[in-house]
Design a protein around this ligand. Sequence first.
Ligand code: C2E
Ligand code: CA
Ligand code: CA
Ligand code: CA
Length: 276
Amino acid sequence: SKDNGRNTVKFYTPLMKSQIDEKMWMAEELERAMEEQQFAVYYQPKMNIVTGQITSAEALLRWFHPVRGTIPPVHFIPIAEETGKIIAIGEWVLRMVCKQLQTWQTAGVSCLRIAVNVSPKQFQHPQFIPQLKDIILEFGVDPLYMEIEITESTLMDNTEETIHKLMLLKQMGIHVSIDDFGIGYSSLNYLKRFPVDALKIDQSFIREVQEDSTSAIVTLMIALAHRLQMRVIAEGVETEWQLDFLRFHGCDEIQGYFLSRPMAVNDLETFIVQLE
Ligand code: C2E
Ligand code: CA
Ligand code: CA
Ligand code: CA
């Protein structure tokens, strides 16, 4: 605010300078990463708790930098958001996923649904839905195999416009889930107005589900989702104890290291074959 700015002395500490340099470095490198194909899409399976079947897989972006090695999404996605690069990167991920679905469809193997993370800026872009439609058409993908994951904050911005877009996705047959549920600020009153298929309980709750207060919240979130006719997915499941708790309380699906880490597509295919 104005008041805060008035008496601020503008100087940069060495730490701040290195953080700014780091940001600028990354913004430039993101451009090159696209051109030089340093990105890959990894997949993490989700499992139906009752049947043990793999229901879908989440696409997770990986950046293998020639000098720095693997750069985790938490480091570069926020900068991609800030600089607008997320639009091009997000489109690339959608294309890779549709290409993969096309490969499976053409090979006649039983196809998995794939969930794609869509950032707020990407979802709010006016071209998001038309572009998604184009990509789906281009690869001849059945939209039933597509899922979009958006966070609570995406939902709560521009609510009317968001509801309209969610309706369009639903008409196309695309699944939608709310990612990182419970840590954002979605109003429970709004939740009923969003035509979404599933809630993904944020992994911070699952990590502490052995604590009484957290287990109470998780149980309530499962009940809430079911009352709203939504499926519930628990993310970040790492132990058998957590799995048993979630099964007992009627959670529909799990995702997490206990089942599998995110992996390259050929490893995903092997993983699924081994389960069958
Ligand atoms: P997210 O969408 O909440 O994805 C789940 C994150 O938790 C992934 O981290 C996944 O590898 C990690 N994870 C899964 N199971 C476990 C577990 O059992 N324990 C622990 N500790 N972690 C687990 P990742 O791949 O590093 O991605 C981080 C975030 O970056 C994602 O969080 C998502 O917000 C964003 N992201 C990743 N790929 C994309 C993308 O293609 N587009 C956009 N817009 N965002 C992406
Ligand atoms: Ca996600
Ligand atoms: Ca998540
Ligand atoms: Ca997250």
